[in-house]
Design a protein around this ligand. Structure first.
Ligand SMILES: NC(=O)c1ccc[n+]([C@@H]2O[C@H](COP(=O)([O-])OP(=O)(O)OC[C@H]3O[C@@H](n4cnc5c(N)ncnc54)[C@H](OP(=O)(O)O)[C@@H]3O)[C@@H](O)[C@H]2O)c1
Length: 452
């Protein structure tokens, strides 16, 4: 008889249901590949009486997660309920029992990662989390294992499908944010309460996890510079298009010049192993050149471009959410967990922050970027000279301008593409420009990421 590993699922919703159904479908195939059969023996849900799109025997279902975690026959606990309160209790309880845990919960890891990874180490067990970042894309394993021989010099990712879906439709249809958001909510691509996605927080959770993994120190969620997409207008998408760019919500992780001031601790030149110690970890909408592959990642798809000093450029592309893609990553973790259990590999997976534990997040003000700026100005002589003077005083160069023709006295948009300049200097200069009487509304400012 083939060896069997018993799983306890906490959560049988979108992802939990996907895992259950994929195991029904591909359980034999996985057993043949792994030499171990994965068997769900318990599943906790909030309401066991609710009708689901799949059938689970009554003997397996319970409304009490603690029955699942404490069942002596359950060998691996799979947390798929979401949230950061009960889910934290579930994961803590399982780890304390020395049971490996598989989770898809980025919010939980973002808020309590250090505690949970320390608990796994203390109890000599493993915490697996592939599905927590970019759904079906195996980016965690790639960075943690496949790129172990690399210094990661840049990660640039589209990791929120809702934002990418909205920005794609705004571009293709020439529609405004609010129109597309309402439609996305109707079609199920955006939540009724969309702020976790459209304000960039969900992307920040994922980018923080990737940054911690790539750079070996715990990136606190509050230290991640986070901007969302609510302020993006169809006008900016159109002007960006004229200039050869597409607007994407990008997560960016890259070492910055060693002298840059950092948030929190004083900056150090390098960490012990020679890694740069100040890292840009940010989420913001940016202009990406149409020639870059990330500009072509459309609709709800995700993509993560990873550059390593040994491997060079790599790209991971796929569905960043949804029942089956997310279940695929959970099943990959379950395969690892089952093999580890069988081999007696307690705590095989390196802890979350593994290599040096040092480093700081660079303050955004210290970082240089290129910028796209849209100003609504009165169309009269001398306006541009006034704006250019402020920028020149701040030593900020202008690389190109678009100024549609208007009629004297009308308000017209002026688009400036700025040369690379320090974020703080640009912020100050634009605050001054915004107060000029000829400038009729707050400047719209977006970074330009050439990613070369
Ligand atoms: N959905 C995605 O595409 C996706 C992608 C990547 C990662 N994730 C992550 O995966 C996790 C699950 O997401 P989901 O979309 O599957 O959520 P979901 O559809 O809302 O499912 C949540 C499940 O947890 C159960 N549950 C809630 N509270 C419970 C409690 N106190 N005790 C026992 N069970 C409880 C619910 O029971 P009932 O069914 O009875 O309500 C439901 O089965 C989240 O951390 C999410 O961030 C989701």
């Amino acid at each position: 008889m083939m060896e069997q590993v018993n799983l306890g699922l906490v959560g049988g919703g979108t992802v939990g249901g996907g895992v259950w159904q994929a195991l029904q479908r591909n359980g034999d195939l996985m057993a043949a590949r792994l030499g171990v059969r994965l068997n769900v023996t318990r599943m906790a849900v909030r309401d066991p009486r609710r009708t689901r799109g799949f059938t689970v025997p009554a003997s397996v279902l319970t409304g009490d997660w603690s029955e699942v975690v404490h069942d002596p026959n359950v060998q691996i606990v799979v947390e798929l309920m979401g949230g950061t309160t009960t889910a934290r209790e579930v994961v803590r309880a399982a780890l304390k029992l020395g049971k490996p845990v598989v989770t898809a919960n980025k919010a939980l890891l973002s808020a309590h990662g250090p505690e949970l990874f320390a608990l796994a180490a203390k109890h000599q067990t493993n915490l697996y989390y592939e599905a927590a970042v970019a759904g079906g894309i195996p980016i965690i394993k790639a960075i943690r294992e496949s790129f172990a021989g690399n210094r990661i010099t840049r990660i640039a990712g589209i990791v929120n499908g809702t934002c990418n879906y909205i920005l794609t439709r705004m571009k293709l249809e020439g529609a405004e944010f609010s129109e597309v958001l309402a439609d996305a909510q109707r079609l199920g691509y955006a939540e009724a309460e969309p702020s976790l996605d459209v304000d960039g927080h969900d992307a920040a959770h994922k980018i923080g996890i990737l940054a911690s993994l790539a750079h070996g120190f715990w990136v606190k969620p509050g230290s991640i510079h986070t901007e969302g997409i609510r302020h993006i207008s169809k006008l900016d998408i159109q002007f960006a298009g004229q200039l050869g760019y597409t607007i994407k919500l990008l997560g960016i992780i890259q070492p910055v010049a060693a002298t840059a001031p950092t948030q929190g601790k004083k900056s150090k030149k390098t960490a012990d192993d020679g890694h740069a110690s100040a890292i840009q970890v940010s989420v913001y909408p940016a202009l990406v050149p149409n020639t870059h592959v990330l500009a072509s990642v459309n609709h709800a798809f995700n993509a993560v471009a990873v550059r390593g000093d040994t491997v060079g450029d790599t790209l991971f592309y796929g569905r960043g959410a949804g029942q089956d893609p997310t279940a695929s990553s959970v099943l990959g973790d379950l395969a690892d967990a089952a093999i580890d259990l069988r081999a007696g590999n307690h705590h095989r997976v390196p802890p979350f922050v593994s290599h040096n534990g040092q480093g700081t997040v660079a303050s955004m003000d210290s970082i240089s970027s290129r910028f796209y700026v849209r100003l609504d100005v009165s169309d009269r002589p001398g306006v541009f000279a006034r704006i250019a003077t402020v920028l020149a005083r701040a030593k900020i160069g202008i690389s190109s301008i678009i100024q549609p023709e208007g009629h004297t006295g009308e308000t017209v948009p002026v688009i400036l593409m700025l040369d690379a300049a320090n974020n703080l200097s640009v912020r100050k200069a634009l605050a001054t420009i915004g107060k000029l009487p000829v400038v009729k509304s707050n400047p719209v400012v977006l970074r330009v990421e050439n990613l070369d």
